[in-house]
Design a protein around this ligand. Structure first.
Ligand SMILES: *Cc1c(COP(=O)(O)O)cnc(C)c1O
Length: 428
């Protein structure tokens, strides 16, 4: 696995296993009494562009956040990416074949690899605009204001990805009640969007997904379902299309652990065909700037193959084992209370909540977060740390939040030790 400490250990082990002549032949400088611990840091491989660029590698105790580059690809996906880089192909051939392969594996009519869930939402919107109006890719977004152009969304499902739909010139119509919804579905409606993770919760939406889908279909309107961060469980990759949602998007670089700039749009064949028509490499199409390189298309397919060999039970047990390592390290910090929370929908993995009294310990969770970020190796805690404003995770100003599923071997121990040292060394 490509990770900071594994990298260092690996290169160290590889180095130590070479005779000095072999090392000399390979142009590796001798250790010359230097502590081996710092070797990989001081002499990064010439291909290590993070080191060359001076960009800190982090330990991700936060989760699959885009701003933290989300997941790392499993070795078999990395190998597929490297293989794909060796030869050019015809991009459309690859896009088509990848889509057909994924559709078969994920039990839907059709699929397309997109440059992420956000791009999938844009292509879904373009497909629905095209379907409702017979519009050509060239007309989107320029002429969309003169067409059927409305997307119906529950008020509680408005989110930071609305932009992906607006890009097509669509107009969003907000609804709250079922009555609103029925009224809003008009001859101008081209699609609906349902944000899965906002489906439940205290200020959640009034209309559940079965009702949402049935009413839209009664009006002949296609439904897009945003399930970007909604794997695990693995079966979600076919649950929502199986329910009848016309289009479903997933992020490729989050739980699926494909390339970060890849994603999936799954769904009905006639709509996926229209999404493809609005996608690159076609010019003069809204998806022209959302290109996925051959390496990442192959990586996305390989990630799907990898995922289908996984077991949710085994993965969750491993995330819990890592969570327990952190709990063990911090459990005797004064006033510490630990608990594990599993979000029911989206990022459905253990989140460790470490609650304590900052005036006893001497540091607030946000101060701890800053300290761990500033140290080497730099550790990123979950952004819900020290705040109650991240919906979905029941945190507060006295709580540190950790998610272990993106940790690589050996890192849970480092996170536990760093937390313990930071929290124990503070009170005077
Ligand atoms: C992450 C996310 C996206 C965007 O996914 P990308 O693959 O980064 O484009 C869209 N919707 C939701 C709900 C997400 O969590």
């Amino acid at each position: 696995m490509p990770k900071r400490s594994a990298d260092s250990r690996l290169s160290r082990r590889r180095f130590l296993s070479l005779s000095s002549t072999a090392a000399a032949a390979l142009g590796i400088a001798p250790l010359a009494g230097k502590p081996s611990e710092s070797f990989a840091e001081d002499h990064p491989s010439p291909d290590d562009y993070y080191a060359k660029l001076g960009v800190a590698k982090i330990i991700n105790a936060a989760g699959t956040y885009t701003y933290l580059t989300a997941a790392c690809m499993p070795p078999q996906v990395q190998r597929a990416v490297a293989q794909a880089a060796l030869h050019p192909v015809r991009l459309k051939d690859l896009q088509l074949a990848a889509g057909e392969y994924i559709a078969k594996k994920l039990r839907c009519e059709a699929a397309v690899v997109t440059s992420g869930a956000s791009a999938a939402l844009t292509l879904a919107t373009a497909a629905c605009v095209a379907s409702a109006n017979g519009a050509s890719p060239q007309e989107i977004p320029e002429n969309v204001d003169k067409m059927k152009n409305e997307v119906v969304v529950q008020k509680a499902h408005r989110y930071e990805y609305d932009h992906a739909m607006l890009l097509c010139g669509a107009v969003i119509k907000e609804v709250v009640t079922l009555e609103d919804y029925k009224r809003a579905l008009s001859p101008k409606t081209v699609m609906t969007n349902f944000f899965n993770a906002a489906a439940s919760g205290p200020d959640g939406a009034q209309i559940d997904r079965e009702t949402w889908l049935r009413v839209a279909h009664d009006h002949g309107v296609p439904c897009h379902y945003d399930a970007a961060a909604d794997m695990p469980p693995i079966e979600n990759l076919w649950t929502y299309t199986g329910m009848g949602f016309d289009l479903v998007c997933f992020s490729g670089g989050k739980g699926i652990r494909g390339p970060q700039n890849a994603g999936l749009l799954l769904g009905k064949k006639h709509l996926i065909d229209l999404a493809v028509a609005n996608n690159n490499p076609n010019s003069d199409a809204v998806g022209r700037g959302m290109k996925v390189a051959k390496e990442q298309i192959v990586g996305m397919v390989a990630a799907v193959d990898w995922l289908l060999e996984q077991s949710d039970e085994k993965n969750q047990a491993e995330y819990m084992r890592l969570t327990d390592i952190v709990v063990d390290a911090v459990k005797d910090v004064p006033t510490m209370k630990t608990r594990v929370f599993m979000p029911p929908i989206a990022n459905h993995v253990p989140h460790l909540l470490l609650s304590y009294n900052p005036s006893v310990v001497g540091l607030t969770p946000q101060q701890v977060q800053e300290k761990l970020r500033a140290q080497t190796p730099s550790i990123e805690l979950n952004p819900a740390t020290g705040t109650s404003s991240r919906n979905g995770i029941p945190s507060d100003e006295n709580t540190i939040v950790i998610s272990t599923w993106m940790l690589q071997p050996g890192e849970a121990e480092i996170v536990g030790r760093s937390l313990r040292t930071t929290l124990m060394n503070t009170h005077a």
